[in-house]
Design a protein around this ligand. Sequence first.
Ligand code: AMP
Length: 405
Amino acid sequence: MRVIVVNSGSSSIKYEVFTLDDCASVVQGLLERIGTRDARFRRRWLTDSGDWEEIIESQPIADHREGFQFLLDAAVRYPTTRVAPGAFFGFGHRVVHGGEVFHEPVIIDDDVIRRIKELIPLAPLHNPPNVAGIEALRALRPDVPNVAVFDTAFHQSMPPKAFHYALPNELYRLHHVRRYGFHGTSHQYVAQEAASYLGIPGDRLNLITIHLGNGASAAAVQGGRSVDTSMGLTPLEGLIMGTRCGDLDPAVHFYLSRKTGKPFDAIEDILNRESGLKGICGMNDMREIQRCAEEGDAQAGLAIEMFCYRIKKYIGAYTAVLGRVDAIVFTGGIGENAARVRRESCEGLEGLGILLDERRNSEAPRGGVEIHCEDSKVKILVIPTDEEREIARQTIETICRAGGA
Ligand code: AMP
């Protein structure tokens, strides 16, 4: 039997099919440009010989329901996936915002959908297409259980002193303004992988997990539970990201509004889409930025320096939060690949017992690896994230706990 993990966006559906017994990925697909006459459907699947085969098709797809129908048909059509109709164990849905309601994955019923919809004001761009995906699959295959796995759930273990903002309390009570944190599935996954790599139970480990992709966040993970994280009410807070500014004096909004006469929507757009690495040097792809920095582009160099300096500040802060740090874990496209970023983020932290081995760091192959010096008190690990696999794992667990499919 198979589990399908679904990430349903406003005009795209990303999905991955996993085996039930060993949670191995056997099909990966992306359907883009939903709602147009030339939707693009790209998918690859694992053949019996262990190679991946890929196909790209184009055809009109009117809406999410049609998109899901198309991809379910495709899953059955391609014999290598061996998914017979009825052989779906469950569908796991990535849902961005679970607010304070959802602390863990849940089997989806009408009440869960209602509560996810109530959270739309907190994630107006993400929760609606997530719900569209859930509703489409429930309608098409009412016999298969659906599980919602929330980006925010892992951080619901934060204590009040970490999740509250120093604002009038009624803003929390009436409008739910607080830190939620995101990338929870990724932080949880790499924390578990770090525990199994180190051979130490997760509940005895203190970790700083640092997810550096287009979006970026850090988390302090104590005994397997998130106790603080850098993203806040929205994913805008914290580390510098591809196009998001991260931490900022809140007065910048008012100052900019008064100075430029721009409405808040326009300023929100600048902070989300025109800032971060892109704002500093005009580029948001770290590979390109590194290349330009090496060729002497001063702004590109500054962007990397600022990016790493912010990470370093969070490592310092979370060392203070945790008291004892067993390991720092780098993950995400940049965290897994950019040796310079890892080096500069850990530079000068010898006083905290953090000693990066430059040779190991620069030669780090893909896959779980350690890059600290032998005598480093804090281990430094590079662990590839796999949010889809974690969602598949949680989907299986949740369905089994509820009494099976
Ligand atoms: P993600 O969102 O996790 O896919 O990560 C995207 C980011 O990872 C982009 O900024 C990419 O430039 C960056 N990235 C991917 N591969 C590399 C690499 N080999 N070196 C540096 N950055 C990379």
